[in-house]
Design a protein around this ligand. Structure first.
Ligand SMILES: C[S@@+](CC[C@H](N)C(=O)[O-])C[C@H]1O[C@@H](n2cnc3c(N)ncnc32)[C@H](O)[C@@H]1O
Length: 388
């Protein structure tokens, strides 16, 4: 069984009372979901029921999966994923849109991006960027995964005060989602009208790792690149693509690259239904949701936030190949990736977002909870690299 960076998990897995569950997880890691179901047959713990539900989904048996999730839904402390899976299987909430093409996910994210978790993250980016001073009077920013544009918008708004010498801002914004690009255009056009700066934005609609270095250079139009900013976006690619992209970005010689992302691990254990993946995903997304809902939300906002977290958690738990788009990795790995492509790392700024401690992974009353409670989840300004 492949289990990386997870000694607490090994302890739990090795304990004799988890024998059946750990065998089932091994079978899941091997892709043998029928064996998972067989081993967990009759096992009544909520973790076993959850794994049976996921295995059934993997096998395409939606009706069996629904039965399992219905059992858990009846429990008073059912995890947020459970009613979401039931709704999903009943077809009452459609998540069947294409990964980046549809508008439902972008609507969910648009709500999330105005909330505390993202505002805190944006503040961390503002603090880092504003401690850097561009050389000339034109500031050139390449943004990887611009999303709704709210974060870049903040930067454009504080520039006149922080850097009075800057008169023009050139943004190159990359994002694969047409509906998010549409939202970013509306946001930035409004700001461009009001800004005292001469702002221009070039959108590139693509997965960032697929854009050639030539195309990126062309978009720079001969300007030196000041900053590459990647806020909560590079985690959307597997390790090999992260490295391909970071290498390309390094070749463009930005003065500084700022990667802001969650310190979690949905990347190293890509095996389906591995213990670590299930534990991390259930704990991580329940923690994110708990944080997002820790300030008042209307019913409509809450629905979007739940759908936002479910969309991502479901992706980690069930998707493989090209449809897998969530690959958070550890802060340690980010540092390693940046240095391995040649960035000189700046001292960590310790921009921890306070208060995002592990939520109670209610689903995992058994082993999942035991394991995840030993592992804090933090959002952090993970790495800042400088070109020599
Ligand atoms: C969580 S949002 C963050 C958006 C924005 N940076 C912010 O902080 O508000 C992730 C963004 O990354 C984009 N994205 C997903 N996969 C990507 C990829 N392979 N290359 C570039 N952007 C990607 C998504 O479309 C989405 O806009």
């Amino acid at each position: 069984m492949k289990l990386n960076h997870c000694s607490p998990y090994l302890d739990v897995l090795n304990s004799s009372n988890q024998d059946v569950v750990s065998k089932a997880i091994s079978a899941g890691v091997g892709g043998n979901y029928k064996k998972v179901l067989e081993l967990l047959h009759g096992n009544v713990s909520s973790d076993a029921t959850f794994l049976r539900g996921l295995s059934s989904l993997k096998l395409g048996d939606h009706s069996k999966a629904k039965t399992e999730f219905e059992i858990l839904k009846g429990q008073p402390d059912a995890h947020f994923l459970i009613p979401a899976f039931v709704d999903h299987l009943n077809g009452t909430k459609s998540e069947s849109e294409k990964m980046y093409g549809g508008s439902a996910f972008s609507d969910h994210f648009a709500v999330a991006s105005t909330r505390n978790l993202f505002r805190d993250m944006y503040q961390a980016v503002d603090n880092t960027l504003s401690s850097f001073t561009p050389d000339g009077d034109t500031f050139t920013l390449m943004d990887v995964g611009i999303g709704t544009g709210v974060q870049v918008d903040r930067v454009i708004k504080w520039i006149p005060k922080a850097w009075p010498q800057v008169k023009a801002v050139k943004v190159i914004a990359i994002d694969p989602s047409p509906s998010l690009i549409e939202k970013a255009k509306i946001q930035l056009e409004r700001t461009m009208k009001e800004s005292p700066l001469d702002v221009s934005v070039t959108f590139i609609e693509s997965l960032a790792q697929n854009v050639s270095e030539e195309r990126l250079r062309e978009a720079l139009e001969g300007n030196a690149l000041d900053v590459v900013n990647a806020c909560a976006s590079i985690h959307h690619m597997p390790q090999s693509d992260k490295l391909i992209l970071l290498k390309k970005l390094k070749n463009l010689a930005p003065k500084i690259l700022v990667v802001t992302d969650a310190d979690s691990d949905h990347e190293s254990t890509l095996a389906d239904l591995s213990f670590e993946l299930v534990a991390n995903a259930t704990s991580f997304y329940s923690t994110v949701l708990q944080y997002l809902l820790s300030e008042p939300a209307s019913k409509e906002e809450e629905d979007h936030l739940r759908a936002f977290c479910f969309f991502d958690a479901r992706n980690v738990l069930l998707e493989t190949g090209k449809s897998r788009i969530e690959y958070h990795t550890t802060a340690q790995n980010w540092v390693h990736y940046l240095s391995s492509v040649g960035f000189r790392l700046l001292p960590p700024r310790n921009e921890w977002i306070n208060g995002l401690t592990p939520g109670r992974a209610q689903l995992g009353k058994d082993f999942i909870h035991t394991a995840v409670s030993e592992r804090p989840i933090n959002f952090q300004l993970v790495a800042t690299g400088r070109t020599e």
